[in-house]
Every structure is written in structure tokens, then in C-alpha cells.
Design a protein around this ligand. Structure first.
Ligand code: URA
Ligand code: SF4
Length: 221
């Protein structure tokens, strides 16, 4: 199973968003509240890819509006990136969770390779419309979705890579002649949720901002 059969052949971002609302490409839609697509303009110079919506995003239908999103917003500003020039999306568009034992709380569960692969057609369709100068993978799931299963955030974070040449399957992200991305770059960094969980939050936050500053400088240069 995959999202492929639900992705319209020709659609703008709004068309993709509407079609994604009805995606049944994997089992994750069964327990989640709704599809959480993306936020930001198609003309954004920076595209940030997260893992999957969290509890708050699942209820609100918007990516990165919960605690991790608030932290990310702050890090984007501290790195000198213009929030109006960012487009934010996720490798997986439905919230995967398990119920907390005995309670009503829903605990985040990491999407597996099958779910990430099933949802990939949405990400590829988004990139076919976008024309970023910098692509940022937030955390291991996004890193693997963009750069392949051997990508290690701890090893490669903050390092600029050529985009889409560094993608797992670059041909999926190549633009046609009209919409060619010039010399785009990509980089991976830690997920904002990892900052919230870190023993030394200040150091982890500074690391995230440092990596995003590399992205900001790549834009300016
Ligand atoms: N974490 C993510 O990876 N994406 C969101 O949208 C929210 C939290
Ligand atoms: Fe479709 Fe992705 Fe949701 Fe699975 S997670 S149902 S592939 S949108």
C-alpha cells in the first residue's frame, strides 16, 4: 500500500492538500484525527521536513503547532531565517501513537520504514511544486526519508549537501527544465523534540540554532 494512488497527477499545493485529506495509503489514517499536510508558501526559499504530526498537530490539522513547533519557530528566528520564507512539512502525514497504559494520553510512536515509504509520494509531489534553495531534514526520520536509510544525524548534522544529488533517489526530486532548482543544498539536524527531551536543553537548542544558521548562511551566500 502507498499514497501513490491518492496523489493527483496535476495539482497545485491546495489540490494536494485536499487529496491528502482522503489518503488511505497506509493504516495510520485509521486512528489519527486527520491528515496534517504542510504550512507555508510554495515559493518558500527554505523547506523544513519533520517526522510526523504530534498530538497537538493531529487535533489542529497543522504541522509544528505544538511544543516542538514553538521551539522550532524560536530556533528559526534565532538562526536569522525569515519565517515567511519557510515551508514546513512532514515525512509522514498522519500521527502514529499508542495509548498510554490505562490513560487517555496518546504517546508518540516512531513511524517505520513501511509507513515512511507509503507516505513518500506526498513528499515527492510537494517537492515537484516547491523550488527551495535550502532543504532541512529535522531528525532521523526526515533524514532517512530524504537522504536514505544510512543517514545518521549525529554524524552528518549541519553539513551542507548538494540537493537533490544527495537524496536517496535524486531522480524523484529533480525538477523539470522550467522549474529547475539551481544550486540547492540540503542539511540534516536534530529534531526540535530531541531538544525538549535533552538533559542539557540549552546545549541542544544551541546546536539546533547553529545548524539552522548554516542553512541561513547558505541562503545569503
Ligand atoms: N514533530 C514533527 O516532526 N512534526 C510536526 O508537525 C510536529 C512535531
Ligand atoms: Fe496516507 Fe501518509 Fe496518512 Fe499513510 S500516513 S494514510 S500514506 S497520508
Amino acid at each position: 500500500m502507498s499514497a501513490a494512488e491518492f496523489v493527483p497527477a496535476t495539482a497545485d499545493l491546495d489540490g494536494l492538500r485536499k487529496a491528502a485529506a482522503n489518503c488511505r495509503g497506509c493504516h495510520l489514517h485509521e486512528n489519527a484525527t486527520q491528515t496534517v499536510f504542510s504550512k507555508g508558501a510554495v515559493s518558500a526559499r527554505v523547506v523544513l521536513v519533520g517526522e510526523q504530526p504530534g498530538d497537538v498537530e493531529d487535533r489542529r490539522g497543522e504541522p509544528f503547532v505544538g511544543p516542538a513547533g514553538k521551539l522550532l519557530d524560536r530556533a528559526i528566528a534565532d538562526a536569522g531565517l525569515d519565517p515567511a520564507q519557510t515551508y514546513t512539512t512532514n515525512a509522514v502525514k498522519h500521527f502514529k501513537f499508542r495509548p498510554a497504559p490505562g490513560g487517555k494520553r496518546r504517546i508518540h510512536a516512531t513511524p517505520d520504514a513501511v509507513e515512511i515509504g507509503a507516505c513518500r509520494p506526498w513528499l515527492v509531489a510537494e517537492f515537484a511544486l516547491l523550488d527551495p534553495e535550502v532543504v532541512v531534514a529535522l531528525g532521523a526520520t526526515a533524514g532517512k526519508a530524504l537522504f536514505g536509510p544510512s543517514f545518521r544525524v549525529t554524524k552528518s548534522r549541519g553539513v551542507l549537501l548538494p540537493w537533490p544529488a544527495s537524496a536517496a533517489r535524486p531522480e524523484e526530486f529533480e525538477r523539470d527544465e522550467d522549474g529547475t532548482t539551481g544550486a540547492a543544498v540540503a542539511l540534516g539536524t536534530i529534531h526540535p523534540s530531541a531538544v525538549l527531551r535533552a538533559d542539557d536543553r540549552d546545549a541542544a537548542y544551541a546546536g539546533l540554532v547553529a545548524d539552522l544558521t548554516v542553512a541561513a548562511k547558505a541562503l545569503a551566500g
